[in-house]
Design a protein. Structure first.
Length: 184
């Protein structure tokens, strides 16, 4: 399982610059959560940037509306970096790599659990179903992340390989569960 890769040429960015109303901690958290979910990175405290995609633009427009309706101010811009493009790309890729890293660690933990359970002969449907659900959730997260990874973050292939390892370990465990079930 692998992501498609980066885009060629100059990147067009969408930029949301905003000011929140005083004492708006819940709004700040909601805005940050929405923008990070859309793949945006913060270049300063109240300035989020993402490669221009319909998804990122919609998320930033929603965030802008939330901010202005709460009494704050926000401006949404689209353009190309005139300077610092490499730094911006590096920040964007670092954010994606952190997310890929979370997937890699979660997969490694699941593989270790499944391997230990298999070695111990501890075959239970509950563990199989739980791990199967976990794999599906991670796979969905990976696909969504690949959709945001327009600039070719370095950990994409490792995350895909980790998911493949998780899938393989789960298949081995499932065979043990089925064999144990058939023997009873």
């Amino acid at each position: 399982m692998a992501c498609a890769g980066g885009v060629a040429g100059g990147v067009t960015w969408v930029v949301l610059v905003y000011r929140l109303p005083p004492k708006a901690a819940a709004l700040k958290a909601a805005v940050h959560r929405r923008l990070r979910a859309a793949g945006a990175v913060y270049v300063s405290r109240a300035c989020a940037v993402a490669p221009s995609t319909p998804w990122a633009e919609r998320a930033m427009r929603r965030a802008r509306t939330m901010i202005t309706q709460a009494g704050g101010s926000a401006t949404l811009l689209r353009g190309q970096a005139l300077g610092g493009a490499l730094d911006l790309t590096a920040a964007f890729n670092a954010a994606r790599d952190r997310e890929y890293g979370d997937i890699i660690v979660t997969c490694a933990d699941a593989v270790a659990d499944l391997t230990a359970a298999t070695a111990a002969g501890d075959f239970r449907y509950e563990r199989l179903w739980e791990r199967d659900t976990g794999l599906e959730q991670l796979s969905l997260r990976y696909r969504a992340l690949c959709g945001q990874d327009l600039l070719g973050a370095g950990q994409a292939a490792a995350a895909g390989a980790a998911l493949d390892s998780y899938r393989a370990a789960l298949d081995v465990y499932a065979k043990g569960v089925y064999a144990t079930d058939s023997a009873s």
